[in-house]
Design a protein around this ligand. Structure first.
Ligand SMILES: [Zn+2]
Length: 583
């Protein structure tokens, strides 16, 4: 049990805190005070949760419960700042955890460690393939890079890696989508935006320079032939060609005289390197498929490792943050940089994060399932696209808090979507009004002898949003059909009734016994509604009625007893359409 002598915490919260180990409560309190101090009494639950989770990885499985604790600690710290001033917060933090006061300026971004190397002029990059809009997985790159740019007053280059015209060809619309999604997540536009396909002359020129200097050559072996040489640490015959012979082949490649697969340009490394992937790796290949944006102007296109290496150099990128599965890319590119006498940027790695519900999706897989009609579009509620998550009501802030909290761990992690949902719930809970939603509705007559015909359910149960919803009660009500048979029930916030033969008769306005409380709506303020819930193989639609009280399209409501949902449309005729967000 922890003493809470400083705080005016209400008894309900106190009893919940009592369930926690004192070290967890103290850690939550430390970060709540620290966050309140840094943000002048306006600490945020999501940020504190992120810091706490980066210190206590073991708490991730109970993140939902934890967010309640964090919320109450953030409230207390913010209240302390408001009532007794920020100096009081500082002295309390000093007493509780002096080390937390000494966080360096850069550590202000929760969960992210400092960047290595020279950080006086930080340039980062986020480089998606525009073969579809961004997914939750991509959002990590946007969040982490933009957060580091913010910390170091640096820049992010948004670079479209779109030089593959065959296997994962770009989608013309996706460029604009991604720019917009980047802005939504980062809270600002990218500092520089470039398309690799628009910078082809640069890559081709570097390739030629590499050949001229003897650091690369045109290899006309088949993939299979070269594989055998590579495995045997032997040079292929093309390796010993003179630069001018290679240049002649290079020109034939570019003129379109060579077919796809007939030749590649290789970076000359060392055929005896222990890692076979690094032995004379391929840098450019022939592609005759036209590019959706650049057309058929070019016959030779760089592979990602070459294009990315050259462009990082061109843009002056100082820090590259990438998956640890791309460590070989770093090694290959470093060998290329050595040829040119350049210094390779600092590289940081993260492990794979797998969100259970979305483990099986890839951008190209989604693209074909949309084309085949299996999914209705990129905003299909079942997909892990940012478009679908935004449509349902996830906030950019929740996604940022989630990734920043996770930091740059190299550990592979598998988590449920609930973890992201907990961040979102902590951000929206106090601003989402409550509404009554009755699934599978049934109309009952209502008999009232002596009871008010006015009901005033609160907009928010804790009073976070003041005021109430004004209901007029007429001669009928709607309840869930499965609850008709219960007999004696209490209509929430209203009266005890007895139900018999399609009639509900008010027995008492006061609660007179322990009969179950049910949700209901006076018929005159009800309108039909449908709630779409994404499930793994279908979008399930729940038909029901919602109270028609100050509904606004785009708003997120907590449908009582159901969960959070966003109102997507409110047509003049027909059902109000809600999309499931989370519980
Ligand atoms: Zn060869």
């Amino acid at each position: 049990m922890v003493k809470c002598h400083l705080y005016s915490v209400n008894l309900k919260i106190m009893s919940e805190i009592a369930d926690w180990d004192s070290d967890i409560v103290l850690a939550a309190r430390k970060y709540a005070l620290q966050n309140a101090l840094e943000y002048s009494g306006k600490g945020q639950t999501g940020s504190v949760l992120g810091r706490l989770l980066s210190e206590r990885d073991d708490l991730r499985p109970i993140v939902r419960k934890l967010s309640k604790l964090v919320e109450s600690e953030v409230d207390s710290a913010n209240t302390l700042a408001k009532n007794e001033g920020i100096e009081r917060v500082k002295s309390e933090l000093e007493r509780l955890a002096p080390e937390a006061l000494e966080r360096e300026k850069h550590r202000k971004a929760e969960g992210l460690r400092e960047l290595p190397g020279d950080t006086s002029r930080v340039i980062l990059r986020f480089a998606p393939n525009p073969n579809g809009p961004l997914t939750l997985g991509h959002s990590r790159g946007v969040v982490i890079n933009s957060e580091y740019a913010r910390m170091y007053e640096g820049k992010v280059v948004l670079r479209f890696d779109d030089t593959d015209t065959k296997v994962k060809p770009p989608l013309s619309d996706a460029y604009e989508w991604i720019e917009e999604e980047y802005e939504w997540l980062a809270g600002k536009t990218a500092d520089v935006v470039i398309k690799a396909s628009a910078r082809m002359p640069i890559y081709l020129e570097y390739a030629e320079r590499m050949i001229v200097k003897g650091h690369g050559y045109v290899c006309c072996c088949s993939a299979e032939e070269f594989r055998v040489y590579r495995e045997n640490t032997a040079s292929c015959p093309c390796r010993s060609k003179s630069a001018s012979e290679s240049l002649t082949d290079w020109k034939s490649m570019n003129d379109g005289q060579m077919a796809e697969g007939e030749a590649v340009v290789r970076v000359k490394t060392d055929m005896s390197l222990p890692n076979p992937a690094l032995r004379d790796w391929p840098a450019l290949r022939i592609q005759h498929t036209p590019h959706p944006v650049a057309g058929d102007l070019y016959k030779v296109w760089p592979l990602l490792d070459f294009q990315s290496a050259i462009e990082d150099r061109e843009q002056g990128v100082t820090h590259i943050i990438r998956g640890k599965d791309l460590m070989d890319s770093t090694r290959k590119q470093t060998l290329l940089y050595d040829h040119f006498g350049w210094e390779y940027p600092e590289s940081l790695y993260w492990g794979r994060v797998k969100v259970h519900e979305f483990g099986g999706f890839s951008t190209s897989g989604m693209r074909s399932s949309i084309e085949s009609g299996e999914h209705e579009g990129w905003g299909d509620l079942r997909l892990p696209t940012l478009r679908a998550l935004r449509r349902r009501g996830f906030s950019a802030r929740s996604i940022r808090d989630f990734w920043i909290g996770l930091g740059l761990t190299q550990k592979d992690i598998s988590i449920p979507m609930q973890t992201v949902e907990a961040f979102n719930a902590s951000l929206i809970d106090s601003s989402a009004e409550r509404r009554s939603f009755v699934a599978n509705p049934m109309v009952l007559e209502l008999e009232i002898q002596e009871a008010s015909r006015k009901v005033c359910p609160p907009r928010h149960p804790d009073g976070a949003i003041p005021g109430c919803r004004k209901w007029e009660v007429g001669n009928s009500i709607i309840i869930q059909s499965s609850e008709v048979g219960i007999g004696k029930v209490r209509l929430k916030e209203y009266a005890d009734v007895i139900i018999s033969e399609g009639v509900a008769t008010v027995e008492s306005e006061e609660r007179s016994d322990q009969r179950p409380i049910i949700h209901w709506i006076p018929t005159q303020i009800a309108r039909t509604a449908e709630l779409s819930i994404p499930e793994s193989d279908e979008v399930r639609i729940v038909d029901g009625c919602v109270e028609n009280f100050e509904l606004e399209v785009g708003e997120i409501y907590q449908l009582e007893r159901v969960g959070f949902a966003r109102l997507e449309s409110l047509p003049e005729k027909g059902s109000a359409k809600f999309l499931w967000l989370h519980g």
